[in-house]
Design a protein around this ligand. Sequence first.
Ligand code: TXA
Ligand code: MG
Length: 344
Amino acid sequence: MKRPNAPFIEPATADNVTRAVAWLRAGSLIGLPTETVYGLAADAGNADAVAKIFAAKGRPADHPLIVHVASAEAAKAWAASWPAAADKLAAAFWPGPMTLIVKRASHVLDAVTGGQDTVGLRVPSHPVAQAVLREFAGDGAVPAGVAAPSANQFGQVSPTTAQHVAEEFPDQLLLVLDGGASEVGIESTIIDVSGAAPRVLRPGRVRAGDIERVLGVPLGEATDDAPRVSGALASHYAPRTQTLMLAEPRLRMQLRAFRNAKAAQPMRCVITHSFDAEPMERLRTIRLAADAETWEFELYALLRELDQERYGTLIVETPPETPEWDAVNDRLRRATHGSSPDDL
Ligand code: TXA
Ligand code: MG
């Protein structure tokens, strides 16, 4: 009898890294741990392998993929030109949670770039990702690269553990290397250096202020002519549970209203950072430290866990508006898109 396809999780031993590289060379998909989130990885030079990523994710073909390589030197082989800004940013933040958008080299597949004249490049710092990329690179003039979007179904939150990846692709034959929980927890900062002024297309752990310090000039505004980023869709990071944000005063009022309600209440969950919500029936309360890095690390895993518990509503206390919180606010705006307090 034919066994159904399914993912399987393997510890990231040296043998399993070699095995994962063999899978990539054979045109198969693997689940790749990185410090930001897990990727669904394929040989970026193999159009059939790249097509499997789009099919598995249900992702529209015109959404470009990031190519991952082991070093800035390797990244340059995937670019047609390497501006001074790219040099400075690579020196400051690679290996690490940053993706650079540059003009693509002519060998880069259309399937990877979505037909655009640019390509996204990243050098991850996770030791398992580094080991896979170094071994996969080979000794050609162009080091082989790995195309990897976040390993989630299109429109779902990104996975931060090997188990999450397996849950997202239950029917996919997939070798998932277990590299532990991703230490950043949200996707890389994307910086477009292909135009006149560098600009941030997606905020992440590498902060705008740090980028400006390294570049020595202010960042440009991301405008409508920015290259297509699927993470830029208003509701891209969508949990299934209705999720909304309320600022602290409004949230306290709402909690009082729940407490005083006469009718039976649905199960709800609230996540705060500035105060402890008083316990009450049919309300789960979670308080995360008022620190952007903690929220980045916890957010997706928490959304995923809470989604499985089928709460009527998840209410998140609006985070501070300071630049440090840009990435958290960006992801929460998408997760709460279309929900309003009137729905409560
Ligand atoms: O942290 C990350 O970046 C993770 C890990 C696995 O590296 N990857 C990731 O990939 O988040 P993905 O595909 O889920 O998100 C990458 C975003 C997409 O929104 C895509 O549209 C954008 O990067 N992107 C890729 N190439 C681009 C390009 N040439 N121009 C503009 N945006 C691009
Ligand atoms: Mg993604």
